[in-house]
Design a protein around this ligand. Structure first.
Ligand code: 6PG
Length: 239
C-alpha cells in the first residue's frame, strides 16, 4: 500500500476547485466513468461547483455514472440523505438519465439494502470479483469524521475487517445522524483509479494529523489500488 499524497490548498474554495479538476481529469478519455460520491458537508462546495460553469460544461455527463459510498436509511427527500443532497446540489440539474445509482433505502433493513446495492454494483461492473487491473470506480470521494471514520466505517466496527462483501449494513451509526446506514467496504472503495479525501475544516486538524501519522483509525485504513490523495486546507493541516 503506497503512501498517500497530501496536497495543501489555501482554503475550502481552492480545495473544491482542485477536486473538480481532479475529477474531470479522471473522466477524460473514458468511454464510461464511475464516480463514488460521499456524504457530509465537506463535498458540498464541490457539488455546487460541478453544477456551475466552467466545470459543468467540462464534465462528460452522458458517460459518467454516480454512486454513493455510504448512505443513511432515510427517504431521498430527507435532508439527511446523502444521494438526496447530491441530487439537489448537482445531479438533478446535470446528470444524464439512468446514471444516478442510489442505495435502495426502501429495502426491509440495512443488510437487505446493502445486498441490493452490491448486486447493482456487480451488474454495472460486469464482474463479481474485484481485480486490481479492473477497478470498479474511476474516482472515489471520501470525507473524514472527527472520530476518524470515513464513509460509514466507524472506529471499532466489524465492517472495517470485511474482505469479501462490497457493501454492508451498519445498524448503528457511530456519529450523528444516528440512523441505520449502508456503507461500501474498504476493498470496494479501494477498487478505484483515484481515491480523494477532502478535508477543509480547521476543526479536523487534530484528527487529520493522527490519520496521516498512521494511527489505526478507519480513514487511515482506507487505501486505493490507484492513487490515494488527501486534499486539505492549510488550516486543517498540521505542518
Ligand atoms: C456520512 C459521510 C461521512 C462524512 C464524514 C465527514 O454519510 O456521514 O459519508 O463519512 O464524510 O462524517 O462529514 P463532514 O464533511 O460533514 O464533516
Amino acid at each position: 500500500m503506497g503512501k498517500p499524497t497530501v496536497v495543501v490548498e489555501a482554503d475550502a474554495e481552492a480545495v473544491a476547485r482542485a477536486a473538480a479538476e481532479r475529477l474531470i481529469a479522471r473522466m477524460t478519455g473514458r468511454d464510461r466513468a464511475a464516480v463514488c460520491l460521499t456524504g457530509g458537508s465537506g463535498p458540498q462546495r464541490l457539488y455546487r461547483l460541478l453544477a456551475s460553469e466552467p466545470y459543468r460544461g467540462r464534465v462528460p455527463w452522458p458517460r459518467v455514472h454516480w454512486f454513493m459510498g455510504d448512505e443513511r436509511i432515510v427517504p431521498e427527500d430527507d435532508p439527511r440523505s446523502n444521494m438526496g443532497t447530491a441530487r439537489r446540489l448537482f445531479l438533478d440539474a446535470c446528470a444524464a438519465p439512468g446514471t444516478v445509482h442510489a442505495v435502495p433505502t426502501d429495502a426491509a433493513d440495512p443488510d437487505a439494502a446493502a445486498r441490493r446495492y452490491q448486486a447493482a454494483l456487480e451488474r454495472f461492473h460486469g464482474a463479481r470479483r474485484l481485480e486490481p487491473g479492473m477497478p470498479l470506480f474511476d474516482f472515489v470521494l471520501m470525507g473524514l469524521g472527527l472520530d476518524g471514520h470515513t464513509a460509514s466505517l466507524f472506529p471499532g466496527s466489524p465492517a472495517l475487517d470485511e474482505t469479501t462483501r462490497w457493501v454492508v449494513g451498519v445498524p448503528q451509526a457511530g456519529q450523528e445522524p444516528f440512523v441505520p446506514r449502508v456503507t461500501l467496504t474498504l476493498p470496494a472503495l479501494a477498487s478505484t483509479r483515484e481515491m480523494l479525501f477532502l478535508v477543509s475544516d480547521a476543526a479536523k486538524r487534530g484528527i487529520l494529523a493522527r490519520v496521516l501519522a498512521g494511527e489505526d483509525l478507519p480513514a487511515a485504513r482506507a487505501h486505493a489500488d490507484g492513487d490515494l490523495v488527501w486534499l486539505v486546507t492549510r488550516d486543517a493541516h498540521h505542518a
